[in-house]
Design a protein around this ligand. Sequence first.
Ligand code: GPK
Length: 798
Amino acid sequence: MAQLTVNEFKEQFKNMILRLYAEDVTDSDAHQQFTALAILLREQYAPNLKETRQHYENDRVKEAYYFAIEFLPGRMLQTTMLNLGLTDTITTGLMDMGLDVEKIIDAEPDPGLGNGGLGRLGSEFLDSAAALHMALNGNGIRYQYGLFRQMFDNGFQVEMPDDWLRNGNSWEVRRENRACLVRFGGNVWMAPDAFGRLVPHYENTTDVLAVPYDTGIVGYLNHTVNTFRLWSAELPTDPSKTYNLQQKEDVNEITEILYPDDSNYAGRLLRLKQEYFLVSAGVQSIVRHYRKHHRNLNHMDATVAIHINDTHPAMAIPELMRILMDEEFMSWDQAWALTTKVMSYTNHTLLVESLETWPVDMVAQTVPRIYQIIQEIDRRFRGLQIPVYGEERVNRCAPLGDGVVRMAYLAVIGSHSVNGVAKLHTELLESSVLKDLYRIFPEKFNNKTNGVTMRRWIQIANPPLTKLLDTEVNGDWKHRPLDIIGVQSFAKDPTFLKKLQEVKAKNKRSLAKKIREKLDISVDPDHAIFDVQIKRLHAYKRQLLHALYIIDEYQQIKAGQKLAVPRVHIFGAKAAPSYYYAKEIIKMINELAKVINHDPDVGDQLRVIFVPNYGVSEAEEIIPAADVSEQISLAGKEASGTSNMKLMANGAITLATMDGANIEIADAVGQDNIVIFGMTATEVAAYTNYSSQAIYDGDKHLQKVVNALVDGTIPNIDREGRDIYNSLLQYNDEYYVLADYESYAKAQDKITALYQDPQAWYQMAAINIAKSGQFSSDLTIARYGDDIWHLTRDQFVN
Ligand code: GPK
């Protein structure tokens, strides 16, 4: 761990500003100050990064590589200071010099290299693994443009490019000396080489140079610094070749943009190229690294594990097969045995529309050798399994079928471990989405419920709560997340609960201040319930259900009733640019917000805040201030959810359907400390004769609420209101919003009732915090390490 006094830091910082910008600190701006700090911190941990690498290499430590097409690292300044134990030294130093620490923190771009939960989970895992001395490396794509910046124009979502690298990235190190060539297209045929071995011959391929950029992932107060590697596509440097403009563009575009679609499969050629680019570069570099110390790859599984995060990197399987056979001359059987031992796969979704299937022609043309190998995997799978399980079942779950490559099936067949991300999700994979393969390979399937890193979501996002836990709770919750259970012993202690209430009040005031400054809307932090729904905008997540309840409240106010407790409804959500319906919901909520926030009849009773550009940094501001956590997806649709865990850890009460990890949260806190509503997954599955019209016809109250979409209550949404209304009635309400409405409204009323007894409310909050330890990603990643990758780690974890 770094040792640095405040004075030494100030000296080093001033020198850094001078060296970088030839300026005095007093003349520098926040961005320069951030850059200087980042470089200074990088220098601090560089020796540990080197030593960690050497330790893994020299001591033959098994390393796992987490392949993911998305990561959402969040800003890294505060986490790095925290993990190096330098937060106090540096903030004191900066304040001594009269600098604005908050402004410096805000000057760091928040890398949007992912869409939502899936990308964020990968980054949480890297943070947790480093904290536990686990050798886990990240492998991803260095998108030049991250997820679009969202703005609202007249209530409509507008997407702006996220040029996050504009001012450079001080955390990364370009390592051109470790670049690899990735081959696309052309023709390939098998023919004997000079030794008579059957090897592929290629012609007319397009070769792309994959250049890695490495960032250190600093372990929490330990010596471990792991590597997070992002690949960038460039033209090969071969001086004998020239390229025209089109060729240059074709190469550059591979890592130019992140696909902005969450849980929705687009089937575009460029995406296929991104996927192969990532896995080919990543697998090649792993093999090359391994080969430094080994004469052959025969026992690679002893020190290498490759994890396929969702199906996007599933071509890692045929890519490793390719290298083992074509370059290392292994037999198919030996290569296959090794590949399946090295590979493991996590599924993140139950939505059929998000399961990747690539047209065979596209795969054959883009990565011809990989396609040949997939064909052989398919042929052998059929040959082996049809005699046992029959043609019908095997046809249903083979890697090739209906003219497409079925990536999830390929991933299951080529891995030794397949996991879902919450108990219910894993059960549903086994019983529905992957049931045929579960029948064949039951031993591969296991559950790993998601987790979140309390370092970012409590220690950094919520300093007042951190302080309270530090002073009141025994044990070492920062190292042993389960120790946070200590809060439970205060759940009936009025003094503690009062303090917890003050913590929440403080966070709500800070958020209210930011809302006023940035959005020019006043909210009342001292009386209102802060009711939060933050996640991607998706029909299955049912932001619409929440919005209908807001309409309901508004109509009550207009009818002359007073809300028992004022409410501030806070949304944060980006919609995929091509997801028309989701964008209509955004427009509708924004217009609803406009009417409500400006209606004098409403007074202070109701506010609707749609925070633009929701991302990791916005989450850090919102989550500590939340009273209510909306987790209201249609049961059976949300694989896990992770904002549910972050919010409970910050003392919000979960308002939820029995979906994803909500079920495990309910089990942990007990029915008295969570508000559950709506149909269960089993009830939804059994509900075959659903008629939204019948529900509407039978419920006068609901009719009035739904009609507000089309009767002018909300201005400026002629088209959107009509489309949403039609989705509910004409198209029979695919996500059962109306079916769950009554139950949801009752649950909301229950929240209002509970909130009026502060002692009871903060007792629930305390129990939620106390039980949140089991959702720490430290525990989750330890289970991946123990059960799937077989990594060693520090013993210091519950
Ligand atoms: C799942 F399939 C996908 C996807 O493409 N993107 C994404 O963010 C999410 N997810 C799930 O929707 C969440 O329920 C889950 O908590 C998260 O992945 C992490 O597993």
